[in-house]
Design a protein around this ligand. Structure first.
Ligand code: SF4
Length: 209
């Protein structure tokens, strides 16, 4: 059984596929923070803006492969002409995502994307791998389609990733109380380093999940 925080249909808000109709499957749990505020200061990743604790979100629960597949089929709008796309996110989806679920998603006609912190190797078969490395965390997954760096982070210089095997490199300003400064710093970095593109959290601008 997979522990799922929430499943919902939306538009991808960030990175290369911004604007693409997608079903988000948010897996419960992360290996870099418990998700509880009392642990934030001692967490490896301490600026997270996502609630990935438990299974109590929309369409959340403990599910088998077939149950998740049915939810996806029910949620994908029958009048949407784009290729069905599921984004596996978290928390850290690679704590749970396995080949059985990947094969099921493909068998019902979905392309599969993943948003991972890069601290674990994924199973085979994922169609779009987006890695978002975190300072102080193990960084193992050094290849993929998209590297999306939340910026700035102490102890991370984006240039350390430039030689890695990714097709797209994104800088995404960190949200929070310093957001304006972070946007300015992101803009300055990208203007000087043209390998990198800007990723904004457009779902927050649009007010969608
Ligand atoms: S790795 Fe991602 S999900 Fe986990 S705590 Fe950090 S930002 Fe949140």
């Amino acid at each position: 059984m997979y522990r799922i925080k929430e499943i919902y249909f939306t538009l991808q808000g960030e990175g290369f596929h911004t604007g693409r109709p997608s079903i988000f499957v948010r897996f419960s749990g992360c290996n870099l923070w418990s998700g509880f505020e009392k642990d934030r200061n001692t967490a490896i990743c301490n600026w997270c803006d996502t609630d990935f604790v438990g299974i109590d979100g929309p369409n959340g629960g403990k599910y088998s492969v077939d149950q998740i597949a049915k939810i996806l089929l029910d949620l994908w709008p029958s009048n949407n002409p784009s290729d069905p796309y599921v984004v596996c996110t978290g928390g850290e989806p690679l704590l749970q995502l396995d080949e059985k679920l990947i094969n099921k998603f493909h068998s019902i006609g979905f392309e599969i994307g993943i948003e991972t912190n890069g601290s674990m190797q994924p199973p085979d078969g994922i169609d779009w791998v987006c890695v978002s490395p975190k300072a102080n965390a193990d960084f193992i997954l050094k290849t993929g389609d998209e590297l999306k760096l939340v910026f700035p982070q102490n102890k991370i210089n984006p240039k350390q990733y430039e030689k890695l095997s990714f097709d797209h490199f994104f800088i995404q300003p960190m949200d929070g109380i310093n957001q304006k400064q972070n946007i300015k710093k992101s803009k300055e970095f990208i203007m000087k380093n043209p390998l990198w593109n800007l990723s904004l959290q457009t779902h927050k601008i649009m007010g969608i999940p």
